[in-house]
Design a protein around this ligand. Sequence first.
Ligand SMILES: Nc1ncnc2c1ncn2[C@@H]1O[C@H](COP(=O)(O)OP(=O)(O)OP(=O)(O)O)[C@@H](O)[C@H]1O
Ligand SMILES: [Mg+2]
Length: 227
Amino acid sequence: MSICELRGVSKTYGSGAVEVHAVRNVSLSIEVGEFTAFVGPSGSGKTTLLNQVGCLDTPSAGEVLIQGRGTGDLGDKQLAALRASEIGFIFQSFNLIPVLTASENVELALSLAGESGGKQRAVELLDQVGLEGLANRRPNQLSGGQQQRVAIARALVKKPSLVIADEPTANLDSANGEAVLDLMRQLNQDLGVTFLFSTHDPMVMKHATRIVTLHDGEVVSDERKET
Ligand SMILES: Nc1ncnc2c1ncn2[C@@H]1O[C@H](COP(=O)(O)OP(=O)(O)OP(=O)(O)O)[C@@H](O)[C@H]1O
Ligand SMILES: [Mg+2]
């Protein structure tokens, strides 16, 4: 089953002489349970494409379908509601709220999705990502790898059908990067959460079950590995 389908999606920034074709006529489908990496040189369109899949941005041409439903007619509020319920995000720079504790950061994602009683669920999830006993620490009291684990818990707390991560290991040393990737892969296999991420890192690529390579905004290869 397809979680997200792109049909002929293009994204152009600017116009005239400064026009940039960041994504050109991309059609692909992200299937339930996949662990997909977008790879390609800097500027090849990875972030732009992730933003289309995650409905953080709207395409210049083509169509994005989430769970088979077209998103072209949705307004900003409807898109925000769709993201809050279906899609979790993990960022390169963690993007935790500095004045909130780890569990409060996770709880906030739940309350934004309109759910209450999140404290217990937040603590359980923090345990699950290997942060037992650290729920009351603020981000500046945690290492980079631990902060990214909080961000993973935050992305998962709403039970999204898809988690999107733009270079999730770029700000981590190789040991912490590998540990974060192992955790994502474990959650993918144990909970069946579908992950889509971008990376420059060969270690991260090694973990992927599908590698989509971009060049100048186009998909130049799309390979699935045996798992
Ligand atoms: N808001 C914007 N306005 C104008 N051009 C943009 C904008 N965002 C991205 N671009 C351009 O679109 C192209 C694709 O950028 P994108 O950020 O998607 O690449 P990327 O593959 O994620 O690169 P990196 O590996 O460096 O993160 C680049 O040429 C970039 O300069
Ligand atoms: Mg990028």
